[in-house]
Design a binder for this molecule. Structure first.
Ligand code: Z5A
Length: 211
């Protein structure tokens, strides 16, 4: 049985990843490809518990280093228990965020050293890397307007990371752009400021080339 493909979606908050993950998995299923969708942090019981701690903990918010180790622990569990077995079974896996989020948020955002992050991440993933990464890029104003709209319609409040401030989010966007520049064969940048349908079509076109 041929090994499945591993596709990840990346970008800042509100860029529309979750929306496009749903669209792409439905489009692949229509082509007869069996797809497993997951997210980071999350996707296993332990990783979802870690997600809750990282996102919502305000009384004793994790420092940058413990935040990193929590993300990596969640990823190690997800790779070992869910992603790798699915790929071996020939299923395609789509993950809403993966290692590039660590490089962007903990590296460019929090200022932890990228060399160390790469090494620690490789250990956590046992060397697993995405076959393709779709980076959704939107100007900061567009992303925050989408998030405000979502918060208002679901009566949600922004979580700890979403409240990190404009400088942090500017560093993230620059970080993602540098990551994409360094690995153009793996990371495809898509302008995600159009409608969900327009963005979905741009992703599908790029994916067909990749396939
Ligand atoms: N993090 C980290 O620091 N290090 C790591 O290693 C990892 C993660 C793995 C996870 O949060 C947090 O963890 C995240 C990074 C950090 N930081 N934060 N905050 P999450 O999983 O809860 O949230 P997120 O990944 O940032 O995604 P999101 O905020 O849920 O947004 P999204 O998935 O990109 O977008 P969406 O849910 O598809 O869309 C947002 C809203 O916009 C929604 O109402 C849509 O209906 C609307 N939308 C979507 N597309 C469009 C278009 N094209 N036009 C108009 N409106 C749209």
């Amino acid at each position: 049985m041929a090994r499945g493909r591993f596709i990840t979606f990346e970008g800042g908050e509100g860029c529309g990843k979750s929306t496009q993950v749903r669209r792409l998995s439905a489009a692949l299923e229509r082509e007869g490809i069996e797809v497993l969708v997951t997210r980071e942090p999350g996707g296993t019981w332990l990783s979802e518990e870690i997600r809750r701690l990282i996102k919502d903990q305000l009384a004793d918010a994790p420092c940058a280093r413990s935040e990193l180790l929590l993300f990596l622990a969640a990823r190690a569990q997800l790779v070992r228990k869910v992603i790798e077995p699915a790929l071996v079974a020939g299923r395609w896996v789509i993950s809403d965020r993966f290692s590039d989020s660590t490089f962007a948020y903990q590296g460019y955002g929090r200022g932890l050293p990228l060399d160390f992050l790469r090494m620690a991440n490789d250990f956590a993933c046992d060397g697993l890397r995405p076959d393709l990464t779709i980076l959704l890029d939107v100007p900061p104003g567009t992303a925050s307007a989408r998030l405000r709209h979502r918060e208002a319609s679901r009566h949600q409040v922004a979580d700890r990371i979403e409240r990190a401030g404009e400088d942090f989010h500017a560093r993230l966007r620059r970080g993602f752009a540098e990551l994409a520049k360094a690995e153009p064969d793996r990371i495809i940048t898509i302008d995600a400021s159009g409608t969900p349908r327009e963005v979905g079509e741009a992703i599908w076109k790029s994916l067909r080339r990749f396939l």
